[in-house]
Design a protein around this ligand. Structure first.
Ligand code: PBG
Length: 336
């Protein structure tokens, strides 16, 4: 049976019916908000390539944490910019490193907010690579113990979850083993399982001062053309003990999100990265598109592709829009 019996437009006639049949929904609970912390005092510095995103010194964190909590966003993802760098990224696993101190400060402000820490060496190494370098080569196995040590130091500071983003082989297993050995067997790992060598990280590297000083990340991050390899990477992380999987970036990789969703049962995160954020901001600033509608469409698309949760710089804006919509939906009569 088709037209005239079938009329899909029947279910599009007014806002209330459209709301009822909506297949994919966004809620504040879907989001993790990334946050950058820097040493110093009294700093809330806007990141030039990422309008409305800031680097915070520790004393400026409580106000921001309260705002995130008030918006009902359940989790943040923490990145640190250290006061000094060296060739083995010592500040990444220093007891009183910037992230470790920030975790303690945030937990004091709101112990219920889930603090996820990005575990990587690139912000902390003088060469800007995510592992140990020998003769301009990024060495896999010697990097693992440093990465695991970093994760453990975050756990000891009070982090609720660790998120390794380095793409070394075996790092999820190495982190799991060291956490377990030290009494953190209940601490979950969100693995950046499928992380592509992407141009979309450009603004982030400004924000975190983590651009590689020589070469690129192509010998550890994935080739953007590869989707089958994404499933292989994910399978390895599952075997090694990952609790949450991730695809990153999101927008150019919706097919990969879908493929991982279909093959694996673990919760799946998508990282709506800095370049995806900056692109929409820039276009909206030029007046080329409607910012709010575009952001909601992109994030809905990422969820529709199969992501359970989204790491996004838009999280706070979206949470406040959703609050507004809720107020509207509750005050406007259903049919009018
Ligand atoms: C590495 C890391 C990066 C991002 C998150 N963790 C950058 C990179 O791999 O070069 C990118 C996040 C973004 O672009 O928003 N520690």
């Amino acid at each position: 049976m088709s037209f005239p019996n079938q009329r899909p437009r029947r279910l599009r006639g007014n806002p209330a019916i459209r709301r009822l049949v909506k297949e994919t929904r966004l809620t504040a609970g879907t989001f993790i908000y990334p946050l950058f912390v820097v040493p110093g005092h009294g700093i809330k510095k806007e990141i030039p390539s990422m309008p409305d995103q800031f680097q915070y010194s520790l004393d400026k964190l409580p106000q921001e944490i309260e705002e995130i909590s008030r918006l009902d966003i359940p989790a943040i993802l923490l990145f640190g910019i250290p006061s000094s760098k060296d060739d083995v990224g010592s500040e990444a696993y220093a007891k009183n490193g910037i992230v470790q101190e920030a975790v303690r400060a945030i937990k004091k402000t709101n112990s219920d907010l889930l603090v996820v820490t990005d575990v990587c060496l690139c912000e902390y190494t003088s060469h800007g690579h995510c592992g140990v370098v020998k003769n301009e080569k990024i060495e896999n196995d010697p990097s693992l113990s440093l990465i695991a040590k970093t994760a453990l130091s975050h756990a000891e500071a009070g982090a609720d979850m660790v998120a390794p983003s380095d793409m070394m082989d075996g790092r999820v297993g190495a982190i799991r083993a060291l956490l377990d050995k030290n009494g953190f067997s209940d601490l979950p790992i969100m693995a950046y399982s499928v992380k592509y060598a992407s141009a979309f990280y450009g603004p982030f590297r400004d924000a975190a001062g983590s651009a590689p000083q020589f070469g690129d990340r192509k010998n550890y991050q994935m080739e953007p053309a590869n989707a089958r390899e994404a499933l292989r990477e994910t399978a390895l992380d599952v075997e090694e003990g990952a609790d949450i999987l991730m695809v990153k970036p999101a927008l150019a990789y919706l097919d990969v999100i879908r493929a991982v969703r279909e093959k694996f049962d673990l919760p799946l995160a998508a990282y709506n990265v800095s370049g995806e954020y900056a692109m929409v901001k820039a276009a909206a600033e030029k007046g080329s598109l409607d910012y709010r509608k575009t952001v909601l469409e992109i994030l809905t698309g990422i969820r529709r592709a199969g992501a359970d949760l989204i790491i996004s710089y838009h999280a706070k804006e979206v949470a406040s829009w959703l609050e507004e919509e809720k107020i509207q939906a509750e005050t406007v009569p259903a049919f009018h």
